[in-house]
Design a protein around this ligand. Sequence first.
Ligand code: IPM
Ligand code: MG
Length: 357
Amino acid sequence: MQRILVLPGDGIGPEIVKEALKVLDRVAELEGLELGIDEGLIGGAAYDAAGEPYPQATREIAREADAILLGAVGGPQYEALERSKRPERGLLGIRADLGLFANLRPAILYPQLAAASTLRPEVVAGLDLLIVRELTGDIYFGQPRGVEVRNGQRVGFNTAVYSETEIERIARVGFDAALKRGRRLCSVDKANVLEVSELWREVVTRVGQDYPEVELSHMYVDNAAMQLVRAPKQFDVMVTGNIFGDILSDEASMLTGSIGMLPSASLNAEGAGLYEPIHGSAPDIAGQDIANPIATVLSVAMLLRHSLGHEAGARRIEDAVGRVLDQGLRTADIHSEGATLVGTTAMGDALVAALGE
Ligand code: IPM
Ligand code: MG
């Protein structure tokens, strides 16, 4: 039996995770999978219950789990907390603790949603790109960091750091992913300004010699941000550091119509993974049955594929999403004229029904 740890978190987290678990249950039944589901606390919910955003109890079950499904963390009520207690620290804590360095963020436009993108349909039609974001290094974790008084005023500082080993292992994830797809890898950096990026570019280029079948290109991050909205279909796989990947993946999500559609996988060297939608906890719409559960449902598909090795189950979910969109069902974030507006629960029910078809 494989064990899955579920961490619903804050805001819309619990509602979308509930729908995703309905889908997972049904897939397990249809595919004859035996799964053990544990539930744990993270983020603000964990702070409220245990005084810590990533409590010891969660840490312990997380280490034992074959895979983790996470909703979202954060909320306005936690913003005044001291930094180490904030919900985001829980997420960063679990990523670091489990060594989840490889973050896969696919941006796929479902043809049914071409009208939901703010870009012209011909610019985004057929879009299928994968952002490989390094997740445990860079300015997110680099030392020194802090705020201190210098010459009579406060100064804030962070440090962008990458070692050759860190660059090489994420580059390999990028090249391996490209091999299985369109065989093109674009490495994104800021090598015209930053030393850390110069090293990044050098190491990625060296690793590229092991992958003669993959066409490697390099792009500065400012240009990449522009090219993503100008001509996003030029990209197959993009590999980049933690902060550039954070920004570019939010940007890429809007090409697909809604950030409510995009799943992600964060993997470590042992193949264990944490799966979560790339969107946040959306406290403004929490508890109203209007959030889109599809990003979390698609995260379950990634979980089946990458951590449980169950491609058939993953496909079943992805096909069900396509079918439900074909039926014209839309949550508010992807709704357009002529479609049927549904809530979170109804979308989950429709997905469960579509799984068995
Ligand atoms: C993401 C989020 C997180 C990040 C926040 C919530 C800490 O924006 O997963 O992209 O910056 O990595
Ligand atoms: Mg982000």
